[in-house]
Design a protein around this ligand. Structure first.
Ligand code: FAD
Ligand code: SF4
Ligand code: SF4
Length: 479
């Protein structure tokens, strides 16, 4: 039934139901259930159709949110999907993994007093319906173009660029060192936030649309960047950031102290049905163990919640600041708390100890001191305040930095910023190498799926303009 808009005064906010924590702990299914059709249109009808929609301003893709909410409220779902897909390559994925409380929903004007419109859940509903009804088709060009584009990295940035370029008619090849496409959407983000079929079905559509995938191919080892420059008219580097920040405390080298991404990749591979020797051996499996995760970001939250599902005896998160200053999304912290994770706020690891393998963590109590030049309060140790935690598995989740790409690619002319991210001309998105563009985390530093999509779409337009400007000029490496 078509709903009138501006219903926020009458209708309360209702997110899709969450599955009970006891049920969630025992499986890998997503936490949130789907909206029923009438619930989605009712929730969409709460929107007040702002003249200046702050939700849209604060969405990295500037999604036309008021329009697709209105269409959903009116039951015109196919049109709602067309509008949503006009700006977002993966609306069903953003609906699941965007930190909406910091982006669109956190800036919804009815948030003050009435609770925001459930934008992310409606976006997911529209696109899940589009998949069910068969409205989503492989990218099909109106006319083929001869020129080819090589893309290094099959994460959201590379995939979003590929979709755009293929639709424009270019011959697109994506290279990735992994055996599956999706980047961190497949091997980083756990199944309970993003079920893997959702990523795989997009990948399959791209194959059907004529995008070539060269998987198990590491650029800089199996093929050089120079060879790719010879092969293609333009190149996009969208390799993400993977160098884990480390801990140098005593005992950090003990067996049982592992890196977050190794742990999450093993778990995701296991879920995808692969043989994972490090999981089978127990090295990357939390079952029956006392687990301590060090860090307070979303990766740390993914680790603690993965450990719960693997059947850990206990799971503790150690974070040096307090809950209010945690970088992770509050929604994920709440989910973790509900699932039984214990948090030790204002505590930092001092040493890891054990005979031949880790058996415990010695932690230091901290307090928040005066703000530094950036305004953020400094973390300071409280003299003499220490405690020990039992731990058979310690997971380091302190964030990621870029790998040394100029060295890995053997291209010293590929310039980087002081953070190691690739330097680009922000107008053209081109690196220091002519015809080589860059997008996603490798330019921004560790960021979000939605920003990867935004960059991928923008860079596709820049690559198109570059190739068109060159006209029939020879391949770029011949310059
Ligand atoms: P990536 O997704 O990292 O993809 C890069 C690809 O390049 C990879 O497939 C890699 O194999 C490939 N590659 C790298 N080097 C080479 C090479 N030399 N040769 C060939 N291929 C190469 N964001 C959210 O919005 N919501 C979340 O809930 C969320 N959760 C996260 C959880 C975890 C554990 C992590 C680590 C990140 C999470 N993020 C989340 C961040 C998000 O996943 C990233 O910001 C996003 O995936 C970046 O996209 P990208 O395309 O730039 O890079
Ligand atoms: Fe909100 Fe993300 Fe969707 Fe934008 S893409 S509307 S930020 S959920
Ligand atoms: Fe609707 Fe909120 Fe966006 Fe306004 S800010 S258009 S009420 S979703």
């Amino acid at each position: 039934m078509a709903e009138k808009m501006l219903q926020f005064v009458r209708l309360q906010q209702r997110q899709p139901d969450k599955r009970d924590a006891s049920e969630r702990r025992a499986d890998w299914g997503e936490v949130y259930q789907a909206f029923a059709a009438d619930a989605a249109s009712q929730q969409a009808s709460r929107c007040s159709q702002c003249g200046v929609p702050f939700c849209q301003v604060h969405c990295p893709l500037n999604n036309n949110i008021p329009d697709w909410l209105k269409l959903t409220a009116e039951g015109r779902l196919e049109e709602a999907y067309e509008v949503a897909a006009g700006t977002n390559t993966f609306p069903e994925i953003c609906g699941r993994v965007c930190p909406q409380d910091r982006l669109c929903e956190g800036n919804c004007v009815i948030e003050k007093g009435f609770d925001s419109v459930t934008i992310g859940a409606v976006e997911k509903y529209i696109t899940d319906t589009a998949w069910e009804k068969g409205w989503i088709k492989p990218p099909m060009p109106v006319r083929e173009r001869q020129q080819s584009v090589g893309i290094v990295g099959a994460g959201p940035a590379g995939m979003a660029a590929a979709e755009r370029l293929r639709t424009m008619g270019y011959q697109v090849t994506i290279y990735d060192r992994h055996d599956r496409a999706g980047g961190l959407m497949i091997y980083g983000i756990p199944n309970f936030k993003l079920e893997k079929d959702i990523v795989v079905r997009r990948w399959k559509q791209y194959v059907m649309g004529g995008i070539q995938f060269r998987l198990n191919t590491t650029i800089g080892r199996d093929v050089t960047l120079g060879e790719l420059r010879q092969r293609h008219d333009a190149l996009l580097v969208a390799t993400g950031v993977y160098k884990a920040r480390d801990i140098d405390n005593a005992g950090a080298g003990l067996p049982g102290v592992v890196a977050a991404l190794d742990y999450l990749i093993a778990s995701n591979r296991k879920g995808l049905g692969d043989d994972v020797p490090d999981f089978e051996s127990g090295a990357l499996n939390a079952e029956g163990k006392h687990v301590v995760v060090v860090g307070g970001g979303d990766t740390a939250m993914d680790c603690v919640r993965t450990a719960v599902r693997q059947g850990a005896a206990s799971v503790t998160c150690l974070y040096r600041r307090d809950k209010a200053n945690m970088p992770g999304s509050m929604r994920e912290v709440k989910n973790a708390e509900e699932e039984g994770v214990r948090f030790e706020w204002l505590a930092a690891p001092e040493a890891f100890f054990g005979e031949g393998k880790v058996e415990g963590v010695r932690a230091q109590r901290m307090h928040l001191g005066l703000p530094d030049a950036t305004g953020r309060q400094q973390v300071e140790p409280i003299a003499g305040a220490h405690f020990n935690l039992r731990a058979d598995l310690v997971i380091k989740a302190l964030g990621f930095d870029p790998e040394d790409l100029p060295a890995a690619f053997g291209e010293p002319e590929l310039t980087v910023t002081r953070w190691g991210t690739l330097k680009i001309d922000y107008r053209t998105m081109m690196t220091a190498l002519p015809g080589v563009f860059a997008a996603g985390d490798i330019v921004r530093g560790a960021s979000l799926v939605v920003w990867g999509i935004r960059d991928g779409r923008d860079v596709a337009e820049q690559i198109h303009q570059f190739i068109q400007a060159r006209g029939a000029a020879p391949a770029m490496a011949a310059e």
